[in-house]
Design a protein around this ligand. Structure first.
Ligand SMILES: N[C@@H]1[C@@H](O)[C@H](O)[C@@H](COP(=O)(O)O)O[C@@H]1O
Length: 245
C-alpha cells in the first residue's frame, strides 16, 4: 500500500483531486468508482474548482457509485443520487447517462443487483475506485461479516452505521435500514483503489486496516490483498501509525 500523509483534511482533498484529475486527463473515458459520506466532500469541491479553473473535461468519463439506500426516492435530499448531483455531477460536464448509482427503488432488488454488477462489467471494469471507510471498517455498505466473495447485494445496515449516518436525517428513525452496495469482490476487481481517511476518530480504524488481521469481521482488511491501493490520510487519521515521511 502506498500511504500519503497530509497535514489536514483540506490537503487530503486537494491531493485526492490531483490524483483523479491526473487519471481523467490521461484516460478521457476512464471508469471512476465514486463514494459518498462526508470524507469525499472536499475532493468533489476541489474537482469542481479544477473544472472551473483548468477546464478538466469529464465528457467521456463514466462513473459508478458504491451504494444507495433502499427506499429513498432518487430525488430525496438524503439519497446518494442527490448527493452526487449536488456535490459533483451538476457542476462538471459529465453526461448524466454516463453516471451510474444503484436504484434503491427497483421493483426487484435482486435483479437490480445483478444488473448493476453486469453494467460495471460491460463498462470494462473500474479504473479507479474512491473509498471512504466506516468506523467499523465497512467499505461501501459492506458491514462486518460480509463475505469477501460478495458481488453487488442488499445489506441490512449495522446499528452503528445508522447512528453515524443519522446526522444527515431528521431522526434516527428516518435512516433507511437497508442499502444496495457493490460487494467486496466488486470493489476488489477495480484496477486501482484510492482510500481517503481523515480525523482522529478514524485513527484506530486505519491502524487496524493496515496492521490488523485479515478477516471478514473487518471488511476493509481485504485491501491488504489488493495490488494497487493508495491511501491519502491526514495526520490525525495516521496518528496511531508510524510511517516514514
Ligand atoms: N456508505 C458510506 C461509505 O461509503 C462511507 O465510507 C462511510 C463513512 O462515511 P464518512 O466519510 O462520513 O465518515 O459512510 C457511509 O456508510
Amino acid at each position: 500500500m502506498n500511504i500519503i500523509e497530509t497535514a489536514n483534511y483540506e490537503e487530503m482533498s486537494r491531493k485526492a483531486a490531483d490524483y483523479l484529475v491526473k487519471l481523467v486527463s490521461a484516460k478521457k473515458d476512464a471508469v471512476l468508482g465514486l463514494a459518498t459520506g462526508s470524507t469525499p466532500h472536499g475532493l468533489y469541491s476541489e474537482m469542481v474548482e479544477d473544472h472551473k479553473m483548468n477546464g478538466t473535461s469529464y465528457e467521456q468519463i463514466r462513473t459508478v457509485n458504491l451504494d444507495e439506500y433502499i427506499g429513498l426516492p432518487s430525488t430525496d435530499p438524503n439519497s446518494y443520487h442527490t448527493f452526487m448531483r449536488k456535490r459533483l455531477f451538476d457542476w462538471i460536464d459529465i453526461k448524466s447517462e454516463n453516471t451510474h448509482i444503484p436504484n434503491g427503488q427497483a421493483g426487484s432488488l435482486e435483479k437490480e443487483c445483478l444488473r448493476y454488477e453486469q453494467m460495471i462489467e460491460n463498462l470494462g471494469g473500474i479504473d479507479l475506485q474512491v473509498l471512504g471507510i466506516g468506523h467499523n471498517g465497512h467499505i461501501g455498505f459492506n458491514e462486518p461479516g460480509t463475505s469477501f466473495n460478495s458481488s453487488t447485494h442488499v445489506v441490512e445496515l449495522a446499528e452503528s452505521t445508522k447512528k453515524a449516518n443519522s446526522r444527515f436525517f431528521a431522526s434516527l428513525d428516518e435512516v433507511p435500514t437497508q442499502a444496495i452496495t457493490m460487494g467486496i469482490k466488486t470493489i476488489m476487481k477495480s484496477k486501482e483503489i484510492l482510500l481517503l481517511v481523515s480525523g482522529s476518530s478514524k485513527a484506530e480504524t486505519l491502524q487496524k486496516l493496515i496492521h490488523g488481521p485479515f478477516t471478514e469481521d473487518f471488511p476493509a482488511s481485504i485491501l491488504q490483498r489488493h495490488p494497487n491501493v493508495t491511501i491519502i490520510a491526514d495526520q490525525d487519521a495516521l496518528s496511531l501509525l508510524r510511517i516514514n515521511k
